[in-house]
Design a protein around this ligand. Sequence first.
Ligand code: BG6
Length: 318
Amino acid sequence: MSMGSFVNSMDPRSGLEVIRDWNGVAQVVLRSPKGASARVSLHGGQVVSWRNDRGEDLLFTSSKAIFKPPNAMRGGIQMCFPQFGYSGTLERHGFARNRIWALDDEHPPLNHNDNGSKVSVDLILKPSEDDLKCWPHCFEFRLRVSLSKDGDLSLISRIRNVNGKPFSFSFAYHTYLSVSDISEVRIEGLETLDYLDNLSHKERFTEQGDAITFESEVDRVYVSSPNVVAILDHEKKHSFVIRKDGLPDVVVWNPWEKKSKTMVDFGDEEYKQMLCVDAAAVERAITLRPGEEWTGKLELSAVLSTNCSDHLDHPVSI
Ligand code: BG6
């Protein structure tokens, strides 16, 4: 379907609207009846904004972000595929976040309970000729982004091997959460897990403390984590609950002061207001045989901090 027919088929009551960014790239705006919203760019399939019903930004966007393809803008939720970090021969975090995606109206029906309780958009990425030169594997990457009535954000990625041969990839929803003050934030759900420390040549350590807190640069891959993780931010009065499925690992990243100064698209002090917590498949690559499909789900909720611990018991519902 062309962008034109998509726009024409828009019903204002559907909670969907298509706008264009400064570069003429389409962004789809999702709105919940209670006033929450999310914006998804065709550049990278990136979620560039997620707001609660009070209009507060729940995702971090750098004030120095560069909104110009091909590079992904610093913030939101980036799709890292088919490589996470520098684990292979591709550019860091793979090429999916840098490509222009298309709207997908031919996706097979997803097995989920809609009932008008969510507004969703479906995007698709297929490799270009150039992509196939550097990563010679034919795939279809379908991404469904949904906003629930209550403002929860969910992302479902389905990656299919349409190649004649098996291929392997790593993956992450590289998620920039907006926080009040990094020194006041803690993560629950990762304690006692093993992690690979990107700051020590991926050496393996075991987490000792209670909850994870922050006082210096952190760049870790927590392996085989539970499917529910909470990020508590008492000053903001709300906390985040991440529910995931199909994604065994959690990447935690904050550049802290020194690294912040080396990033052109990031303010020197902005490390205080952000924390990346990425549902990911990094330690072990995912392998798809010809015709096989993989699904990885993420659900993000912002809840009142006082209610946060209750949510840790509830598994993924998307
Ligand atoms: C994190 C990685 O996920 O992303 C870090 O663990 C990396 O190592 C960071 O520095 C930012 O990456 P980029 O390519 O967006 O600057």
